[in-house]
Write a protein that binds this ligand. Structure first.
Ligand code: 8YV
Length: 305
């Protein structure tokens, strides 16, 4: 049997998982050489556009090494009967943990304290202002999917009161429902953004939502940059409309707007919420399992839809 040719737009991690992919398939890395590939491996933040799909007439399957589908043209894939898989659940604990870490870094000034020491300010008798206890804040989860619910469980475990917004109230959910971002922000102090990206969630967190969150509030975004309106956030951080932010995602990665770089009350990380050894290995395993199932004619373990 000839080895399937696959376009790899994303690297599997750790290294041995990338080696396994290369052992089973002939990999191409350049779209210009991908005219005859039957599958694509891509990342959540890389996706696959309609134009790229058009250049691959034999494409049968897109394996996303992640959960975000906002960068995949799903209409085009559906029209052509191209199967799409993601890596759900296995990354949720890592992403939830990162959201918690960003919130703590923000409220307890961990990144600020680090900069303070390195700049020699402590040694010169300087003092940081008081922080705030995260566990005494009310958490609001915007997007109560797999990641949002994993985070809610973690925060409940810390004794926090948790509210959430989703498209509809989830019967039996242990957390308190709010119908929209505005009422959620009004009633919480730490707003965690865990929704999917794309047009339906663009700018869900805007100036009125930030104003409703208020001067003691923080925003943590581990979803997609465009869910939070960047200019409104930068203004709110500068003017003290909110207390701080923790951001792992941005509009135009790897670019980060100067206004956010200039905000001392904003903790920035380079889209690494799922980047743990454990999560990335389990994600890569799912990518390999989905590809193997596809080429063996078996049902796909984590097909979307
Ligand atoms: C990853 C993500 O950065 O799951 C997603 O949609 O954005 C992230 O987990 C990426 O997909 C890694 O390949």
């Amino acid at each position: 049997m000839t080895r399937p040719r696959i376009l790899a737009l994303a690297d599997l991690k750790p290294r041995d998982m990338a080696d396994r992919l290369a052992a089973d398939y002939t990999l191409v890395h350049d779209i210009a050489e991908a005219g005859d590939v039957t599958a694509v491996v891509t990342a959540g933040n890389i996706g696959l556009s309609a134009q790229q799909m058009e250049a691959m007439p034999a494409l049968q399957m897109i394996a996303v090494n992640g959960v975000g589908l906002d960068a995949v043209d799903m209409d085009q894939a559906a029209q052509r009967g191209i199967r799409v898989t993601t890596t759900p659940d296995v990354l949720s604990p890592a992403v939830a943990e990162m959201a918690l870490g960003l919130a703590l870094a923000c409220t307890r000034q961990i990144a600020q304290g680090d900069r303070f020491i390195r700049a020699g300010e402590w040694q010169q008798g300087g003092k940081l202002p008081l922080g705030r206890s995260l566990t005494e804040m009310r958490a609001g989860i915007l997007g109560y999917g797999r990641i949002g619910r994993a985070l809610a469980e973690m925060l409940r475990g810390l004794g926090m009161q948790v509210l959430y917004t989703a498209r509809s109230e989830k019967p039996g959910a242990p957390d308190t429902f709010r119908p929209d971002a505005l009422t959620l922000a009004r009633d919480c102090d730490a707003l965690f953004v865990t929704t999917s990206g794309g047009d339906s969630t663009r700018a869900l967190v805007d100036a009125p939502v930030l104003a409703a969150l208020g001067a003691g509030g923080i925003v943590v975004n581990v979803a997609r940059g465009p869910v939070v309106q960047t200019q409104a956030l930068a203004d709110a951080l500068r003017d003290g409309t909110i207390a701080g932010a923790g951001l792992d995602v941005f509009d135009d990665e790897p670019q980060v707007p100067q206004a956010l770089l200039d905000a001392p009350n904003c903790v920035l990380t380079p889209h690494i919420a799922s980047a743990t050894e454990q999560a990335r290995r389990a994600m890569a395993q799912l990518v390999l399992d989905n590809l193997a199932a596809h080429f063996a004619g078996r049902p796909l373990p984590t097909q979307v839809g």
